[in-house]
Write a protein that binds this ligand. Structure first.
Ligand code: PLP
Length: 283
C-alpha cells in the first residue's frame, strides 16, 4: 500500500505528519472521498469542485492545483493497482511551531491521500438494503463544509453499529438532516423522490446531486425539501446515497420496516442508472 504525503509517494506504514499538524490539533482541515471503479475515479470533477468550495469557506489555499490533485489521485490508484475502492484525500492548514487558534503565518498546508479496496457495485448490502437508526444531529451549523471534524458522525455511526444497523440518520427539529456519511431520500406514495434541499444543514452530496439530475433527466418527479422519520416510514421506499455506497436501499428505521422491508424498484432503478453514469464519467 502506497500513500501520498506532501509531494511524495511512500509506503502507508511510513506515511506520517507532525503531531503539531492543525488537522490533528484542531480538525482544521477538509477531506474528500472519491470512488474508484475499474481503476478510474467516479464523478471526480464534482468532488474536486466541492473540495475547492470547502477550502475556500475556511480560507485555506490548496497546496496544488485541482488538475495536479487529480493527477496525484490517478497516480496513487495506479501505484496501488487499485481496481475498485476509494481514494481518500485530506488537506489541512499544516503544522506550525505551536498551538495558536488563529491561522499561523507562512504555514504550509498538508496534503495526504491513501486508497482502500471495496467492491462498491457488488456490495452485499446493495442487494439486501440496510437498516438505519435515528440519532439527534449534534453537529455544528456549517455542515456544508466537508470538514474533518467528524466526532458527531463517529458517535452516530458507532451507535448504529452497536445496534446492528448500517447507518444513522441524524434528526434536527423533527426532520432528517442526513446520514452519518450519506444523503437521505424517500419515494412518497405518489412517486415523488424527496431529498432535503442543500443549505448549511447538510453536506451537498456529490452522489445526491448526480442522482437528482439523473432522475430529473428521466422526467421523474423530484422535490428538494426536509422530511420526517414518520414520513419515511409511510413512504414507498427509502434510500441513501454516497460516493462509497452509490445508491442503497433503507429497509428499516429504528426497527420498523419501510414498506415490505425489501429494496424497492425505484431504488434499484436509480442504482442502475447511477452505476451507468459512474462508468460513463470515470477518469
Ligand atoms: N453527508 C455526509 C455527512 C457525508 O459525510 C457524506 C459522505 O461522506 C455524504 C453526505 C455523501 O456525500 P457524497 O455523495 O459526496 O459522498
Amino acid at each position: 500500500q502506497i500513500a501520498y504525503v506532501n509531494g511524495s509517494f511512500v509506503p502507508l506504514s511510513e506515511a506520517k505528519v507532525s503531531i503539531l499538524d492543525r488537522g490533528f490539533l484542531f480538525a482544521d482541515g477538509i477531506y474528500e472521498v472519491a470512488a474508484v471503479l475499474d481503476g478510474k475515479l467516479i464523478d471526480n470533477a464534482s468532488h474536486l469542485a466541492r473540495l475547492e468550495r470547502s477550502v475556500g469557506e475556511i480560507q485555506l489555499a490548496l497546496p496544488e492545483t485541482i488538475a495536479r490533485i487529480q493527477e496525484i489521485q490517478q497516480e496513487l490508484v495506479k501505484r496501488n493497482n487499485l481496481v475498485n475502492g476509494m481514494v481518500y484525500l485530506e488537506v489541512t492548514r499544516g503544522a506550525d511551531t505551536g498551538r495558536d487558534f488563529a491561522f499561523p503565518k507562512d504555514v504550509k498546508p498538508t496534503l495526504i491521500m491513501f486508497t482502500s479496496t471495496k467492491d462498491i457495485v457488488n456490495a452485499p448490502s446493495a442487494k439486501t438494503g440496510i437498516n438505519v437508526i435515528t440519532v439527534p444531529d449534534l453537529r455544528w451549523t456549517r455542515r456544508d463544509i466537508k470538514s474533518v471534524a467528524l466526532l458527531a458522525q463517529v458517535l452516530a455511526k458507532q451507535a448504529a453499529a452497536a445496534a446492528g444497523a448500517g447507518e444513522a440518520w441524524m434528526i434536527e427539529d423533527g426532520k432528517v438532516t442526513e446520514g452519518g456519511s450519506s444523503s437521505c431520500f424517500i419515494l412518497t406514495q405518489d412517486d415523488v423522490i424527496v431529498t432535503r434541499q442543500n443549505g448549511s444543514e447538510i453536506l451537498p452530496g456529490c452522489t445526491r446531486k448526480a442522482v437528482v439530475a439523473l432522475a430529473e433527466e428521466r422526467q421523474l418527479r423530484v422535490e428538494e425539501r426536509a422530511f420526517s422519520v414518520e414520513e419515511a416510514l409511510a413512504a414507498k421506499e427509502a434510500f441513501i446515497t454516497s460516493a462509497s455506497l452509490f445508491v442503497q436501499a433503507v429497509v428499516s428505521i429504528d426497527g420498523k420496516k419501510v414498506a415490505d422491508g425489501k429494496p424497492g424498484p425505484m431504488t434499484n432503478r436509480l442504482r442502475e442508472i447511477y452505476v451507468e453514469f459512474a462508468k460513463a464519467t470515470a477518469v
